[in-house]
Ligand binder design. Structure first.
Ligand code: MF3
Ligand code: CO
Length: 254
């Protein structure tokens, strides 16, 4: 795993701040009746205005059936991760997860949030709050000298206590010059196991939970990951940097 110097972590602050600002802006911009393409177009404008670069557009890992066509992942209701921007219309009560990463000044940051549009439901609100609480627990466990399993267990415990479905196939990851670096940050695990977390480690921590079971399915597009039982899902993510003086949430939003 690549470790960053204190100076490099300082250099990552602008992209972290920008990613947080874009997510805040998208959340305010989103309206019932818009399409997910409308959200993607708004993000493209903000990226262009800032002189940033999308790391999603054209991204083509082994699991994608085609190069990624957007600058956001927008996963609605039972879609959990990697939802492609499309002409899908956002309805009242939709559970909308937006995942955004980009490059600015040579560094990448990655973050995600979930919100419900219009009329809220207690089930969705509890799912979203629990996913955010799991992210907070993961961040609290991500300290110099701790182990990766401490982070994974902290996340998984919160999700299980809420009674939610968890699948550890997709999780967090190192972030730096590129979006996906080592190590993997699983959303389930055991305290005291895994690698020791060192000063200079920068990772995206990203719990995603399902209101039903642990299974998921992938759409024919090769990208969109949905709960197998079509229960609603939520996703929360921050990019954090581990320093001897504590863990910095680079993508913090105010
Ligand atoms: N930020 C996403 C993650 O870490 C990655 C999205 S890849 C894309 O899960 F190509 F879909 F954009
Ligand atoms: Co990520």
């Amino acid at each position: 795993m690549s470790l960053k110097t204190p100076a490099q972590i300082e250099q990552m602050r602008p992209v972290g701040r920008f990613v947080g600002e874009v997510l805040t802006s998208l959340r305010e911009f989103a309206r019932i009746g818009m399409t997910t393409n409308d959200l993607d177009a708004h993000a493209r404008e903000l990226i262009a205005r800032a002189g940033a670069r999308s790391v999603y557009l054209g991204y083509h890992p082994s699991f994608g059936a085609m190069p990624y066509p957007g600058v956001l992942c927008i996963s609605v209701d039972d879609a959990a991760l990697h939802g492609l921007p499309s002409d899908e219309v956002l309805k009242d009560g939709a559970v909308v997860s937006i995942d955004f990463a980009c490059e600015l000044q040579g560094w990448v940051a990655d973050s995600a949030l979930t919100f419900q549009l219009g009329t809220t439901t207690p089930e969705a609100q509890r799912l979203i709050a629990t996913t955010e609480a799991a992210l907070d627990a993961g961040i609290a466990a991500a300290r110099v000298g701790a182990r990766m399993g401490d982070v994974s267990e902290a996340i998984g415990k919160v999700g299980r206590a809420g009674g939610f479905g968890i699948n550890a196939d997709f999780g967090g990851h190192g972030v730096g010059r590129t979006m996906h670096e080592d190590p993997h940050v699983a959303n389930l695990g055991r305290r005291g196991t895994g690698q020791k977390l060192k000063e200079g480690l920068v990772i995206a921590i990203e719990p995603w939970f399902m209101a039903g079971g642990d299974g998921y399915v992938i759409d024919p597009d090769g990208w969109t990951i949905r709960s197998a039982d079509h229960s609603i899902t939520a996703h929360a993510e921050h990019t954090v940097a581990l320093t001897p003086n504590g863990t910095i949430v680079l993508t913090a939003r105010d």
